[in-house]
Design a protein around this ligand. Structure first.
Ligand code: APR
Ligand code: ZN
Ligand code: ZN
Length: 376
């Protein structure tokens, strides 16, 4: 079928993106769902900082690619052998659950699945196939999702059924922002009631860490950002305190507040200086949960004797150390119960023609989560 999609042909184009137009809005070809595949009409797709990093070329991707790695939509057609989903189902589009057979999968760590990781690098669906093209030339999938498009063909493992009571422009944000941010607290840190949590980077992902910390009973919950316009919303969704990342007194202020440092510092900004601060404000025996991604290959420094002597731990957290089939239904229920007000993170909606300009807004830190409505 023919459909409209946002295609990126080149990474590293200059800002402002409203001028350099990293995404071209084009008509592309999408092959119908084959065996074990599903066709989804994409109703909403969130714009994540990782999309910005791909545009900036911080991490290389197979090009050209249809962007978008979180979204929500309605199942329109299922291929042979698909029994878990049927036309009309509302779904969240997220990272694929694992193959179920590789070492990480049998260890219940599907976010680290070897097969899904390889397909992400190859720009294919998790089953190794490619369904996108234009004029007979290949176009690749982004994280097996490619939600910046009117339709998406994907595998059932990337789709989690959602109650139609959840508006689809809210459901879209569950695909990456919620899974990653909340999972960092619930699954990576495993925060217990009364433990202290600091979150660096109060954007779409970080605010979900804040909400998860609140559900976990953490106290205090400290939000840290270079941009203090992020503080009112952060307080509304769970921060008990907020500090500017640029405050020269930050480390001492947090240590005073927490009798020596936080149990968990969750780094969700992807900014290198934030990692150093996260380390500095973590108490002896505490953990630094590393979520934000900078440029691939970038090296970070730490004082090794302190790591040993203070028994600190750096813990990587990828897609919330998640098991999406287990976690996402629970997170959607938290939203419906009013405990996780993900709708508050939506800064606005857009159509395709605003996508490049809205990359600039995210780049300048002026918005939290912007949601593309590919079908208007
Ligand atoms: N210290 C603290 N906060 C910072 C710093 C810093 N040094 N630098 C930037 N920030 C803040 C920004 O002001 C912004 O509020 O980090 C926040 C990032 O939010 P978004 O741009 O909305 O990014 P988000 O989509 O939440 O993604 C965050 O998670 O998935 C990863 O790779 C992604 O690194 C990205 C991170
Ligand atoms: Zn993301
Ligand atoms: Zn696997």
């Amino acid at each position: 079928m023919k459909m409209t999609a946002a295609v990126m042909y080149e990474q590293g184009l200059p800002t402002p993106y409203a001028k350099s137009n990293p995404f071209r809005i084009e008509e592309v070809d999408l092959d119908g769902p084959g065996e074990g595949e599903v066709l989804v009409e994409v109703k909403a797709a969130g714009l994540c900082h990782s999309d910005l990093s791909q545009v900036a070329g911080l991490r290389k991707r197979k090009l050209p690619v249809v962007g978008g790695h979180e979204g929500a939509g309605i199942v329109r057609e299922v291929g042979r052998g698909v029994t878990r989903l049927k036309p009309g189902d509302h779904v969240v589009m997220t990272v694929a659950s694992g193959c179920g057979h590789c070492r990480p999968c049998v260890d219940s760590r599907p976010a680290l699945c070897d097969t899904v990781g390889a397909s992400r690098g190859a720009g294919t669906l998790a089953n190794g196939l490619r369904k996108l093209s234009r004029g007979g030339e290949p176009i690749y999938h982004y994280s097996g999702v490619s939600s910046f498009a009117q339709y998406s063909v994907t595998v059932p493992g990337t789709l989690i059924k959602a109650d139609p009571a959840v508006p689809l422009d809210v459901a879209a944000m569950f695909g990456c922002a919620v899974v990653t941010g909340a999972g960092a607290v619930f699954n990576s840190a495993k925060v217990r009631p009364g433990q202290s949590v600091a979150v660096f980077g109060l954007g779409g992902v970080g605010l979900n860490s804040v909400m998860a910390a609140r559900i976990s009973g953490a106290s205090p919950i400290i939000g840290i950002d270079i941009n203090d316009t992020k503080f009112p919303l952060a307080k509304e969704v769970g921060c008990t305190h907020t500090f500017s990342a640029l405050d020269p007194n930050l480390v001492q202020a947090v240590k005073d507040l927490t009798q020596g440092g936080v149990d968990f510092a969750v780094e969700v900004s992807g900014a290198k200086p934030a990692m150093a601060s996260a380390n500095a404000i973590t108490r002896k025996g505490g953990e630094i949960i590393c979520v934000g991604l900078g440029a691939s290959g970038e090296m970070y420094q730490y004082a090794h004797a302190m790591l040993v002597g203070e028994e600190k731990a750096f813990r990587g957290s990828f897609m919330g150390t998640g098991v999406v089939e287990r976690d996402l239904p629970r997170y959607l229920q938290y939203f419906m119960d009013g405990r996780m007000p993900v709708d508050r993170l939506k800064s606005g909606t857009m159509t395709f023609d605003e996508l490049n300009h809205n990359l600039d807004l995210l780049d300048r830190g002026e918005v939290v989560r912007q949601v593309l409505l590919p079908n208007g």
